[in-house]
Design a binder for this molecule. Structure first.
Ligand code: AMP
Length: 504
């Protein structure tokens, strides 16, 4: 008989059944993120963990989840929220494998598929629910799911959850969760907007990072992307589509480029306008007023034209042309991330500019990370994910009794449309319109104190920028004709008690 694989001491202390699950997965030694996050998680602490896919993060939260739950109780005891169905299947599969020998039932829940299988899983008494916020909320609203016994909450890929527009759904789900719980947030990057999220869901969190010192508050996320000069404008358009900024200023070094980029973006149907030294002061002020008022999404400008004008508070600053000096970079990126607010700065850098760009990073002592340009496939996947978030939000906004009939009567129409080329284009146009017009609230709008009105505690905050967050988020312009996301029916007033007690 072969001896079972010997496990590292971190795993060897776990219950026998869980060890067997770990062996089945072929793991023997914890990954660094597992070694660092298992002890505080076992202690019941709330945590913010900086970890990317591939680091073994699923095990980092899956092992403590399985260990803590009681398989004899057929109720949901842990909830993992994540951004995509692929991730839901993958994470649910891994947690199910970890808990296999203990009889743990783990159920993936996501939109875009039928309800039957999910309802059966819920009926069977899923111990762990792993899913995307929209469909989870749907099941909560119709009373299928109950989170009264949830002891552990995990927000996985928190940065993606926010950037795909899930925030309104997550905020609603929070109302169904017991205050007495352990909450952990995993994210590849920990920008300010993710920290704001943690203030709503977490209580006095421990920070866990693979490398020390990486978790300094980062109001602005700085990135650069390398592009060829020939494809620069197409890549700019791709980045805008992929990032879906709330508002952005796009800097060019010359007036010619400003004209060219503005015309290019306008031709693609994007909401762009320009300010350059060519324009009269009145015309410049008009463009500025439009972007400040939320009536213009993209402002293209030279540094000179933007000098002295009062626009900050933009979600993105994009350098179409690399800045020519370190000071210019600082001025440009100062248009976002003001007063503790979150912002993203992206610089397009072509091969020739790279040396200069590295120099300005060093002088400014800012870490600017390289990011790969999104591919067509990446962008399509993100568009698809965003569209399905919105579609789910729309469906949820229909009274339950209307959903079947109201939706089904359109099916013959949709079938006709997909059957011919022009029809397909019409459908595609509808999707494009929908993505453009129906911008949901994508940013965190409340701190935990605001989410629980009679709460007085704010112990989850460590940056002291809450009020600034509130100000930004509350004044963020509404772009679309409507912003859905709140659940009809149930008021969601339960659990609005005081500050959550610590689990010990
Ligand atoms: P994740 O970051 O959770 O997506 O995990 C990435 C991959 O690492 C998955 O295929 C896991 O099965 C694997 N993995 C996780 N933990 C360990 C471990 N301790 N030893 C070996 N492989 C692991």
């Amino acid at each position: 008989m072969t001896e079972p694989t010997e496990l590292h001491e971190v795993f060897a202390d776990l219950p026998e059944g869980l060890q067997n699950g770990i062996r089945d997965l072929g793991w023997a030694t914890p990954t660094p993120v597992q070694s660092k996050s298992l002890p505080p998680m076992e202690e019941g602490r709330d945590m913010i963990v900086q970890a990317h896919t591939g680091s073994g993060k699923t095990g980092a939260f899956g092992i403590p989840i399985v260990r803590a739950l009681d398989p004899l109780k057929p109720v949901t005891q842990a909830l993992v929220m994540l951004p995509t169905r692929e991730l839901a299947n993958q994470v649910a599969g891994e947690i199910a494998a970890l808990g296999k020998h203990l009889g743990v039932r783990c159920l993936p829940i996501y939109g875009g598929v039928g309800y039957t299988q999910q309802l059966e899983g819920i009926e069977a008494g899923a111990h762990v629910v792993v899913g995307t916020p929209g469909r989870i909320l749907d099941h909560l609203g119709s009373g299928n799911l109950n989170f009264d016994n949830v002891r552990t909450l995990v927000l996985d890929e928190a940065d993606e959850l926010l950037s795909l527009g899930f925030w309104p759904d997550m905020r609603e789900i929070e109302k169904y969760l017991p205050k007495e719980r352990q909450s952990c947030l995993f994210s590849a990057t920990i920008p300010e907007r993710v920290r704001s999220l943690s203030r709503v869901f977490l209580n006095d969190p421990v920070f866990v990072s693979p490398a020390e010192g990486q978790l300094a508050p980062q109001q602005i996320e700085h990135y650069f992307m390398v592009t060829t000069a020939q494809e620069k404008e197409a890549n700019l358009a791709r980045i805008l589509e992929d990032e879906d900024p709330e508002s952005a200023i796009i800097f060019c070094n010359t007036k010619d480029d400003v004209r060219f980029v503005t015309a290019y973006l306008q031709r693609l149907g994007l909401d762009a306008d320009q300010i350059s030294g060519d324009l009269s002061q009145a015309a410049r002020e008009q463009a500025m007023a439009r972007i400040k008022g939320g009536n213009l999404r993209y402002l293209v400008a030279t540094d000179v034209a933007a000098r002295g004008i009062d626009i900050s508070d933009l979600s993105h600053v994009i350098s179409y042309s690399a800045p020519q000096s370190p000071e210019i970079y600082v001025h440009r990126t100062g248009r976002t991330g003001r007063a503790g607010k979150a912002g993203i700065a992206i610089s397009l850098v072509s091969g020739l500019d790279i040396g200069n760009f590295r120099y300005l990073q060093n002088v400014n002592k800012i870490e600017i990370k390289e990011r790969k340009l999104p591919t067509e496939k990446d962008t399509l996947a993100r568009l698809r994910a965003r569209l399905s978030v919105k579609v789910e939000q729309e469906i949820r906004a229909l009274p339950e009794r209307d959903r079947g009939a109201k939706i089904d009567r359109f099916i013959p129409m949709v079938e006709d449309l997909v059957a011919n080329k022009d029809g397909k284009r019409e459908l595609a146009a509808l999707c494009a319109f929908y993505l453009k017009e129906h911008k949901p609230e994508t940013t965190v709008t409340e701190t935990r104190a605001a989410a629980t009105p009679d709460s007085t505690s704010d112990s989850g905050s460590d940056s002291g920028s809450d009020s600034a967050d509130d100000e930004r988020y509350n004044t963020a312009p509404e772009r679309g004709p409507k912003s859905k996301g709140s659940r009809p029916g149930r008021s969601g007033s339960r659990n609005r008690k005081g500050p959550r007690g610590r689990k010990r």
